[in-house]
Design a binder for this molecule. Structure first.
Ligand code: MG
Length: 369
């Protein structure tokens, strides 16, 4: 990465990550916004306020990136829509600060191949993966044993299966520890988010799935642990506040100060962990299976989940329909690996179409909203 001024392209500028990134950029004179993009929100006011010339709402963002010549792309787009930008940055070796986990999961091996060719930095903004990255800094790969990603368990951690069938959209959007956008908040409630993060960790750190464990940790203070071959484990702790991983990525390797308070252990801090319940939250198991099957199964998992979450938010299906919908789509597709972006886009569209069909079917149990 170039020293001195760092030109930042902020994709997903109006979302939760985007707004927090804008605050951090404003605090650092060496960070210069060179491009802004959003999915559908207008950007005129934001562009004028920050003096940004390169702006785009929706669509393929590669022309915007070409024109704006960033040193760092912060991809905070939601969902598969961010895939072109992720591949653009990885292919060119432009530093990618990745909050758009869906693009890495869906592109999978294609993204990893582009990253190898480009040879640039991939800095995870997902809190768990930023934590793993930090625990791994400077360690020899052969000393690594396994990773542990923590999950808050979401708002329905203690709900029975019967109770889960009747939760509302409002209930699902009330996350106990993290403040985030609607898509990821629903994903946190179903544990699909942790399933996506499991696959994200596989592609980021190159570990087989059996070496990546997920545990429920309701307080969200420990973000991840890395276990080493000598029996030692390093953990990353902090308040659940996305400004820390966003700032870490934007200012890497300087680890600039943030307004987030340090942990106060003397005030009392109890750390509890438990195994996730695969019965009530089947999306974590489905994600692991999709990841292990490889090819375009992770892409299909993501596409089906995106459709299911949108259907749930629109009141077309109930909460407990989300996992069966994804399972149904995964059973239909053949997971043929994509050789290029066009084939990947085709696999995504195919899974999306199947998911739309499943979500439009009349409910089997009659409880649909
Ligand atoms: Mg996360």
């Amino acid at each position: 990465m170039a020293t001195g001024v760092r030109r930042v392209a902020l994709l997903g500028a109006t979302g939760s990550i985007g707004r927090q990134a804008l605050e951090i950029i404003a605090e650092h004179s060496e960070l210069e916004l060179c491009a802004l993009a959003s999915g559908s929100q207008p950007l005129d006011e934001l562009a004028a306020r920050h003096g940004v010339e390169h702006v785009q709402v929706g669509g393929d963002l590669t022309d915007l990136l070409e024109a704006s010549e960033p040193d760092l792309v912060l991809n905070a787009v939601v969902g598969f829509a961010g895939v072109e930008a992720t591949l653009w940055a990885l292919e060119r070796g432009v530093t990618l600060a990745l909050a758009n986990k869906e693009s890495l999961v869906a592109a999978g091996d294609l993204a990893v191949a582009a990253w190898k060719r480009g040879g640039g930095l991939l800095l995870p903004v997902d809190s768990e993966h930023s934590a793993v990255f930090q625990c791994l800094e400077g360690r020899a790969p052969e000393t690594l044993d396994s990773l542990v990603l923590t999950a808050s368990g979401g708002p329905f951690r203690n709900h029975s299966s019967a109770e889960l069938a009747h939760v509302s959209v409002e209930d699902a959007l009330a996350h106990p520890t993290w403040s985030m956008g609607p898509k990821i908040t629903v994903d946190s409630a179903t544990l699909a988010n942790k399933g996506l993060e499991l696959m994200e960790a596989h592609f980021l750190f190159g570990l087989p799935y059996e070496k990546i464990e997920v545990v429920v940790h309701p307080a969200s203070i420990v973000h991840a642990l890395v276990r080493f071959r000598d029996g030692a484990a390093l953990a990353h702790l902090g308040h659940p506040d996305m400004r820390v991983p966003i700032s870490f990525a934007l200012t890497f390797p300087a680890r600039a100060a943030t307004p987030v308070a340090p942990l106060d252990l003397a005030a009392g801090l109890t750390l509890e962990f438990e195994a996730p319940d695969a019965e009530r939250f089947p999306l974590l198991r489905l994600a692991r299976e999709a990841g292990e099957s490889g090819g375009t199964y992770p892409c299909a998992f993501n596409a089906a989940n995106e459709v299911a979450v949108a259907s749930f938010l629109e009141g077309r299906i109930v909460f407990t329909d989300v996992a069966p919908l994804v399972e149904d789509v995964l059973a239909q597709v053949d997971g043929t690996p994509a050789r290029d972006l066009a084939e990947l886009v085709e696999a995504d569209a195919d899974a999306r179409g199947r998911a739309e069909e499943v979500s439009a079917r009349p409910p089997a149990n009659g409880v649909r909203a």
